[in-house]
Design a protein around this ligand. Structure first.
Ligand SMILES: Cc1ncc(COP(=O)(O)O)c(C=O)c1O
Length: 365
């Protein structure tokens, strides 16, 4: 019975490894019998300052209107994003749920069964899931030893079926940017699209978004989940050439950004004080972590740092930190990351001090 029911599911789905999220506070409280107030969550790159108070006010103000559908294309948020980014509205798509929704929409738009996407790994795992679910064959290429994208390997992986090359800048989990000349090179040799994921760009020294004005095959993905502190509302956006927005809107799920998300997102964009505070906290905190965690810590342009705990195993170090109520991310589930990398979200000063102290204690494992 079950076997015949499984016939209903597309063949490609069986090759997908389910997305592995960072652990929740509830998971840890249950597993280790901890006091919830003692647990710090530094495994999902969220904003430790919380949401913008202006966004919270907007949510409350709009709560009585949730019986009404939002605008189908979130045009109020798109207009606000136009002011924020300097790009005209015809280059911007607002998306829910989060940037993940944009990635999925892009796959639905471009992929016919057997088409290929190129993914330099280790990187954010949802590219591969969205690609496979839409019938694509992910072509995984290794990065260089310093986690830079190997442009030659990407070129070697290019084929007549390449539809999208995924570049994450700053990269999750390694924290490094993709140099502009590498993106240009890839955009020029590929006959596919180049998706530049800038989920963490607000914390970085530079952005690649200006390339959207120069290349008709570059699309930049962004999110409100990190610097804007709205991960729970699931809002993302894309900046893309006008021709691509026109095509994208043919397949976009109508009303995919909720009334609450449009209101809070628009307010968060105007709360520059909260944004600046969030960015400063991260910039200071990642230097502190890099200096004081007693293992190799990679330079990062994001709101997390990647720590190599070799010869220890990431799994053991994470387990030991979890027992102390500190949630960090074991990167073993990232394809190509090996088994000794741990990703730590930058927290408040107090949280960072606790992280450093506890990394000191795991040294003797
Ligand atoms: C690199 C990267 N891209 C995209 C996302 C997804 O963002 P969103 O929360 O907007 O779906 C994440 C989330 O962690 C991420 O790390």
């Amino acid at each position: 019975m079950l076997l015949s029911r499984l016939d209903l599911i597309k063949k490609e789905i069986s090759s997908i490894n389910e997305y592995v999220p960072g652990k929740s506070i509830e998971d840890i409280v249950r597993a280790y019998g901890l006091d919830p107030d003692s647990v710090i969550k530094l495994g999902s790159n969220e904003n430790p300052l919380g949401p913008s108070p202006m966004a919270v006010d907007a949510l409350i103000e709009h709560a009585p209107q949730v019986n009404i559908y939002p605008s189908a294309d979130a045009s109020e948020l798109v207009d606000a994003l136009s002011g924020h980014t300097g790009f005209p509205a015809h280059n911007i798509v607002a998306s829910g749920p989060g940037m993940d929704g944009l990635i999925d929409g892009l796959m639905r738009l471009t992929i016919a069964r057997g088409d290929e996407v190129i993914i330099p790994m280790p990187t954010f795992s949802y590219y591969e899931i969205a690609a496979r679910a839409n019938g694509a064959v992910p072509v995984l290429v290794e990065r260089n030893v310093d986690y830079a994208v190997d442009v030659k390997a990407v070129q070697d992986a290019e084929s007549s079926r390449t539809k999208v090359v995924f570049l994450c800048s700053p990269n999750n989990p390694s924290g490094n940017l993709v140099p502009v000349e590498d993106v240009r090179a890839i955009a020029e040799f590929t006959h596919g699209l180049v998706f530049v994921d800038e989920a963490y760009v607000e914390f970085a020294d530079s952005s690649l978004v200006h390339l959207v004005n120069e290349y008709d095959n570059i699309i930049v993905g962004r999110t409100f989940s990190k610097a804007f502190g709205l991960a729970g509302l699931r809002i993302g956006y894309g900046i893309m050439p006008q021709w691509l927005k026109s095509e994208y809107m043919r397949v976009a799920t109508p009303f995919n950004v909720s009334v609450a998300a449009i209101a809070a997102g628009t307010s968060a964009l105007s709360d520059t004080e909260h944004l600046t505070k969030s960015i400063e906290l991260v910039r200071e905190g990642r230097e502190f972590l890099k200096e004081h965690i007693p293992f190799e810590v990679y330079d990062s342009q994001a709101n997390f740092v990647m720590v190599d705990v070799a010869p220890l195993k990431a799994r053991d170090v994470c387990e030991s930190l979890l027992r102390k109520g500190i949630i960090v991310r074991d990167c073993t589930s990232f394809l190509g990351a090996g088994d000794s990398l741990v990703r730590v979200t930058v927290g408040t000063r107090k949280q960072n001090e606790r992280v450093v102290e506890n990394f000191g204690e795991v040294q003797g494992l």
